[in-house]
Design a protein around this ligand. Sequence first.
Ligand code: SAM
Ligand code: SF4
Length: 496
Amino acid sequence: MIDLVIPDKTHDESRQGEALILEPTGKNNGRKLYIESYGCAMNFSDSEIVASILAEQGFETTKDYNNADVIFINTCSIRENAEQRVRNRLKEFTIAKVKNPDMVVGVLGCMAERLKSKFLEEEKLVDVVVGPDAYRDLPNLIDKVDGGQKAVNVLLSREETYADISPVRLNSNGINAFVSIMRGCDNMCSFCVVPFTRGRERSRDAHSIVAECTDLFNKGYREVTLLGQNVDSYKWSATTPPQYPVDGGDSKVLPPGEDLGGVVVNFANLLEMVALVSPELRVRFSTSHPKDITDEVLYTMAKYDNICKYIHLPVQSGNSRVLELMNRTYDREWYMDRVNAIRRIIPGCGISTDVITGFCTETEEEHADTLSMMDFVQYDFAYMFMYSERPGTLAAKRYADDIPEAVKSRRLKEVVARQQQSSYAKLQEQLGKVQRVLIEGFSKKSDQDYCGRNDQNAMVVFPVHPDYKPGQYANVMVERTTTATLIGKVVIPQTP
Ligand code: SAM
Ligand code: SF4
């Protein structure tokens, strides 16, 4: 029996609800912040921005919400069960709030943006509701609550990228970091709430991204994951005035503040700039949109050894009619063409995806097209969901959510079973091959073993070797696999 484990860090199920802790900054106002996060990597990255803003105000973090003066919960709205999880969690804070009535309870992120001040009516425990573009206002909002009022700021911005805020790294292993390169989304996929909760798409100053990655590298980090809802539409014009202090960091390609004279930086250019920070810095990114991923991006990936050969390319459905209803703006043939381009330009590249089962009016034949697409691509990993109607989305307004839950669920099981086969087959292909692994630390099961990821994002476990430590690269020969992990041993390069 193959169990389904999907080792992709952009939405890590094991991190859901994780409380985040940062090093003391030296500033101390005597108050403690407890912050926990749900949803995608973007939310975890945002919590680091929030913690940075409050650390400046002298807040320290705590892992125990019972000791906190401020509890923040950074929320996700993508499916109904994500929202239910947050509501259940809020109930658990009630006793702590009764014991300490001065405690401030705040809801941040997508659910805050979606429900706005209605949240205060629905959940009496909540004092403050803050959308993803309003985090700079948090100190004022907390002051307002301290003064006895409830506080809401859910204004969305066309400019805010928090480019000048250098995020503290929370619960970091000191090796991998997320770097937000853009915010919001201008696509209007009919099932999706993100354009409403995160606002219009805007790209972050390229200089500040390179400066942040350089700084991370200098601090010992060896892998950055560039984050955006649709990284392929990253576009930053150098005529945009710098939004961050011009003295920070130095980049080999673009010293901060250098005028590019109106040159537009696209995603392929940005990837190259970050890859050039150091050949020892691995670069990953997520998420690619099938309609926007260009051959230029693929050639840039092929050109640099340190850009990981792994692409998250959500398909959602393998059927062109369903894709049109979803407003994905590509069809089955277009998607297959992009996969063929990846296979041609970057042989061996890992590909993962997102699939939704039981979207409005989906027939059995159309569902079978999704299964056949999975057979065609042979994905390394997949996130698989039943369609969940979200209020306010185009699909909710236009189409009936007419596929019974039992049918959605059965189709999901079929999709999951198909993915288990291809995930396992992909791991089997690695048997006997040598993988370059960035060591992230000891394996979960034993401190006799290291774990880390190969280029294609698969987890590799191997016995600790005295010549290597976390943060270094090791060549590992794969000897066997479990259902989700490659297992092997270090091979020492021969010196001539
Ligand atoms: N921007 C990314 C893209 O376009 O592929 C996806 C971002 S979304 C946060 C992550 C995934 O959640 C989507 O790819 C989709 O599969 C899933 N999702 C979004 N809305 C959904 C809904 N209403 N019901 C079920 N799954 C949904
Ligand atoms: Fe949602 Fe589509 Fe934007 Fe992804 S590209 S965040 S699925 S609207």
